[in-house]
Design a protein around this ligand. Structure first.
Ligand code: MG
Length: 436
């Protein structure tokens, strides 16, 4: 039984993710761990799922500490003192979703082997209940947010008081419990939007992408702010808007952060669909590409001792702080950077290449056969990487053909210094040819 996707267990409340499932996961987790810390984002189903998880864990003899409504990076930071961490969140998904994500003490999400262990225990359906006098304790700790803030403040320098005006859009997500206070403590002049937590996410879709941040872009201009910052539902993701109200793309953010975080000769870890502006902006760094998914980026950063890594979707991983993407630390860090050079200028210094993305319909059953043909065909074009789909590197650009994990589609991405349409067409023809 496959419970975990690339971001933990996630699905529609009371349909795909139920208290019954949460209880089973709690029992499985509690039988192998002595202590756990649990938190949740503001989703309507959060507390319901949390209670079921706690009941399961303590039935199996695990002590549980509750830290309440917090961000995912706050929970990941709190996990350092426990055998594991449990976050009830569906991240950037819409309000009807809920999910469970499990964490290790070093801030790394459960890897595939750890997830399989839980899946097997759940599938076995034979939970271990401890004797009545060995059931776990449930206690509450309200220091997690303060400790997370203190950790971040120890890594960033306060700015000249009120020298920067920042509009912060928490999107009614968990970021509202920590980010406005932390940025104010740093010395920013803060204007908040949607900093009240609300599991219906009434203000905007929790995903911090260009289309969802219309209000933030407008507010940055209206308030004459230096930048805008947006987070997703659990604040592990963070994106920014420059002083002109222009959304900074994920590839640009990645290149900007990497420019400050990567030492000469150092390593930068990004997924296969990342723009080559990252390679061109950092000629002195080794760019390592992984499968798409922040957990794969985090694993590679740890394995290769990289300086920095991230995903253009808004997950930025600073290994000196945590292997968990931290949208609060990332907000503090971009503010530190923007003190010296504005975001619009930082964007202007980056190369811009046209990208073209599209999809071709393909039945799930045919995906493997089609991809095998695509792989051999694309091998004739240039250097191929096949860690996630097939990516081919050419002198003037790259082409990625990747089956969608959730939909009956094959995705094609092309980026080129010149002739992006032609390159995309080559990819599209290869896929269509393989389909005939
Ligand atoms: Mg998230």
């Amino acid at each position: 039984m496959k419970l975990f996707g690339s971001s933990g267990i996630r699905g529609i409340t009371n349909k795909e993710v139920t208290v019954d499932l949460a209880l089973k996961v709690g029992l499985a987790l509690g039988s192998s761990k002595k202590s756990a810390v649990i938190g949740r984002d503001p989703r309507i189903a959060g507390e319901m799922i949390e209670h079921a998880l706690i009941s399961g864990m303590v039935s199996a003899g695990c002590d549980v500490v509750r830290i309440g409504l917090v961000t995912t990076p706050t929970l990941a930071h709190a996990t350092r003192n426990f055998d594991c961490g449990v976050m009830v969140t569906a991240s950037h998904n819409p309000s009807e979703y809920v999910g469970i994500k499990l964490w290790n003490p070093d801030g790394m999400a459960f890897d595939s082997a750890q997830q399989e262990e839980i899946e097997e225990l759940v599938a076995a359906g034979d939970p271990t209940y401890v004797e009545w006098n060995n059931i776990g304790n449930v206690t509450t700790n309200s220091n997690a947010v303060r400790e997370h803030s203190e950790m971040i403040m120890s890594h960033v320098k306060p700015i000249k008081p009120a020298s920067l005006r920042v509009v912060l859009d928490c999107g009614c997500g968990a970021g509202g419990t920590i980010t406005p206070y932390l940025l104010r403590e740093m010395g920013c002049d803060i204007i908040t939007l949607n900093a009240q937590t609300d599991g219906y996410f009434p203000a905007r879709n929790p995903e911090p992408n260009d289309a969802n941040l219309g209000l933030l872009k407008k507010a940055v201009v209206e308030f004459d702010a230096d930048l805008g910052i947006a987070q997703d539902g659990d604040a592990d993701r963070m994106m920014a808007v420059d002083e002109n109200g222009v959304f900074v793309t994920g590839d640009e953010m990645l290149a900007i952060f990497a420019g400050y975080e990567c030492k000469p000769g150092g390593k930068l870890v990004v997924p296969v669909d990342t723009s080559m502006i990252v390679d061109d902006a950092l000629p002195d760094s080794n760019v390592v590409r992984t499968r798409v998914g922040d957990v794969y980026v985090a694993e590679e950063i740890k394995r290769t001792k990289a300086d920095f890594g991230g995903e253009p979707s808004g997950s930025w991983i600073f290994p000196q702080v945590s292997y968990c993407p931290d949208g609060i630390y990332a907000a503090a860090r971009i503010i530190e950077i923007v003190q010296d050079v504005g975001l619009a200028e930082l964007r202007r210094r980056l190369p811009q290449y046209p990208t073209k993305r599209g999809t071709v319909i393909c039945n799930n059953e045919r995906k493997e056969g089609v991809m095998n043909m695509v792989r051999s065909e694309m091998g004739t074009l240039g250097m191929v990487t096949d860690i996630d789909g097939v990516r081919v590197e050419m002198d003037d650009g790259w082409l990625l053909v990747r089956p969608s994990g959730t939909e009956p589609k094959i995705r094609i991405t092309a980026e080129a210094r010149t002739g992006v349409d032609e390159l995309y067409e080559i990819g599209e023809n290869i896929v269509k040819e393989a389909l005939t």
